[in-house]
Design a binder for this molecule. Structure first.
Ligand SMILES: Cc1cc2nc3c(=O)[nH]c(=O)nc-3n(C[C@H](O)[C@H](O)[C@H](O)COP(=O)(O)O)c2cc1C
Length: 138
């Protein structure tokens, strides 16, 4: 049975919900999915898994420091397995910014990290109009 590790970084839990939804979608195929917060990922041994997925949300224009540190420390191990990175942000709600090639946060992130993910995805962040109205200008 293939084993898939999903490491995530979240602030309000939306990225975790996306991970859980991914697990629901993947597990019927027979794969086993383990979801681990980046804050608990230090002791995780990648050799126990066949594929690695990393997901993180944007806060004030940035992915978390924790996810940067994790990727920096594990870039070589990540590259050694089939791997995926996904970003969660509000700007991805815009049709012209909702793909890996067009999402500005993902493009910037890829320039900063020394891992080149094998597969990329962007998911629209949770909308909370009263709190996030200013993102409409992005
Ligand atoms: C304080 C705050 C700052 C945010 N900054 C941005 C931002 O700069 N750009 C953006 O596209 N989304 C931004 N968002 C939206 C989040 O990326 C979105 O709500 C996402 O679903 C949060 O996921 P999480 O709960 O896993 O952290 C922000 C949200 C909050 C609450």
């Amino acid at each position: 049975m293939p084993r898939i590790l999903i490491v995530y970084s979240t602030t309000d839990g939306h990225t975790l919900k996306i991970c859980q939804r991914l697990r629901q979608a993947i597990e019927p195929s027979g794969a086993q999915v383990q979801i681990v917060s980046v804050s608990d990922a230090d002791g995780i041994y990648f050799d126990d898994y066949d594929k690695i997925v990393v997901g993180a949300s944007i806060r004030r224009g940035r992915h978390s420091k924790a996810i940067h540190e994790f990727i920096d420390a594990r870039a070589d191990q990540l590259a050694a397995k089939p791997n995926v990175f996904f970003s969660v942000n509000i700007v991805a709600r815009k049709p012209d910014k909702n793909r890996p090639e067009t999402n500005p946060y993902l493009r910037k992130f890829l320039e900063r990290i020394r891992w080149q993910p094998g597969l990329l995805a962007v998911f629209a962040g949770k909308l909370d109009y009263p709190r996030y109205r200013f993102f409409d200008r992005s």
